[in-house]
Ligand binder design. Structure first.
Ligand SMILES: CC1(C)Nc2nc(N)[nH]c(=O)c2N=C1O
Length: 160
């Protein structure tokens, strides 16, 4: 059994509802169990600014399937949420990124784990630290150290 951390993001078509719906879909995945989910966080887009603010969260699932099979399941949920890929770093109804898969380091054309931008993304690090404060990354760095190095900036935790 593997522990997989998934980053959720949305900035189109009612982002909060998109994430609620995505979490329900994750909970229903065969061979997966939704163990924890973070609060929702709002932030301005990293990268191109000509798009709406994002809502982000992180979820922890335990699963018996392997990383690429889980990636297929995540991409199916994105498509169910009308994910369209107009432009790179463009707005999207739903983003599900497999950011950690146990202690694995994966470098595959379809999948890099840990997620490449993990240490620079406050909208991933802070929700991750909320549900896994004692996490140590596969490269030995502690999550707390990564959080200390990553500015909070405009990230805001939504109370509900
Ligand atoms: C476009 C880019 C890089 N910017 C983001 N910016 C924020 N705040 N949240 C995201 O989830 C996000 N995702 C992206 O893919």
């Amino acid at each position: 059994v593997h522990k997989a951390y998934i980053a959720l993001g949305s900035n189109l078509d009612n982002p909060m509802q998109q994430l609620v719906s995505a979490l329900q879909a994750l909970a229903k995945l065969p061979n997966c169990q939704l163990l924890k989910q973070s609060s929702f966080y709002a932030s301005a887009p990293m990268g191109p600014q000509d798009q709406p603010d994002y809502i982000n969260a992180v979820a922890l699932i335990s699963t018996t399937i392997e990383a690429l099979a889980l990636l297929d399941q995540l991409q199916a949920i994105e498509l169910d949420h009308q994910r369209k890929r107009e432009r790179r770093w463009g707005p999207r109804t739903l983003d599900l990124d497999l950011i950690l898969f146990g202690e694995s380091i994966i470098d595959h054309p379809r999948l890099q784990v840990p997620h490449v931008g993990l240490k620079e993304r406050n909208f991933v690090l802070y929700p991750l630290a909320e549900i896994a404060p004692d996490l140590v990354l596969p490269d030995g760095e502690t999550l707390q150290h990564c959080v200390q190095l990553c500015p909070l900036a405009d990230l805001s935790k939504l109370s509900i």
